[in-house]
Design a protein around this ligand. Structure first.
Ligand code: ADP
Length: 178
């Protein structure tokens, strides 16, 4: 058999046993339609997508880790290849634990890109096996930012096109007592 034919069969064998797993880390405080857009697109590319909700004692969050976990878990319950985790250590340690090499991050404007580029350098410095894949947001999610969504809710603005309904009610009850 020709050399390349053997390579092809080896590749098929390899693909049967090796799943391409990616991590999508973030605060998700709370999850927005922008996050959900990245999750949908990444879940269609990778065999398995692990959403890693960060728990950082030095950061102040609007929602407790368990609340963010519950919200995200309910939002991805229909995806068979997506799982949600809480993690309070380095993301590269999580990658090592679950045998993943790819970190997915979403980017909106140039400012995000600069930040994400630096983060990817840091993660690669910590673990040279790690690759970061940046997914540009779809145009309708370009202006979605958790900080501005929270401000809008506080002044009674309509955020129903920016976050899933479960998040909208959680935001209203947390920020306005409604
Ligand atoms: P972090 O605190 O780690 O930045 P976030 O929850 O703010 O966590 O964001 C998680 C990821 O989702 C980041 O890569 C961020 O750039 C991306 N992201 C946030 N909002 C959007 C959006 N509207 N469109 C695409 N990606 C987004």
């Amino acid at each position: 058999m020709h050399k390349y034919t053997i390579d092809f069969y080896n590749y098929i064998l390899y693909k049967q046993f090796v799943m391409l797993k990616a991590l999508f880390p973030g605060s998700f405080d709370p999850p927005t339609n922008g996050h959900m857009n990245i999750i949908k697109r990444a879940s269609e590319i990778f065999d398995e997508l692990e959403i890693v909700i960060s728990v950082n004692v030095h950061k102040s969050y609007l929602f407790q880790p368990e609340e963010r976990f519950e919200m995200m878990s309910s939002l991805v319950e229909n995806y068979i290849n997506v799982r949600v985790h809480l993690w309070d250590k380095l993301i590269v340690d999580f990658a090592e634990k679950v045998g993943a090499r790819v970190i997915v991050r979403g980017v909106r404007a140039l400012g995000d890109f600069v930040h994400e580029f630096e983060l990817s350098m840091i993660n690669r410095g910590l673990d040279a096996k790690i690759e970061t894949f940046l997914i540009p947001t779809d145009p309708e999610y370009f202006v979605l930012r958790t900080s501005s969504i929270k401000e809008l809710v506080m002044v009674g603005g309509d955020v129903s096109s920016m976050v899933p309904p479960v998040v909208e009610s959680a935001l209203k009850s947390r920020l306005t007592g409604a």
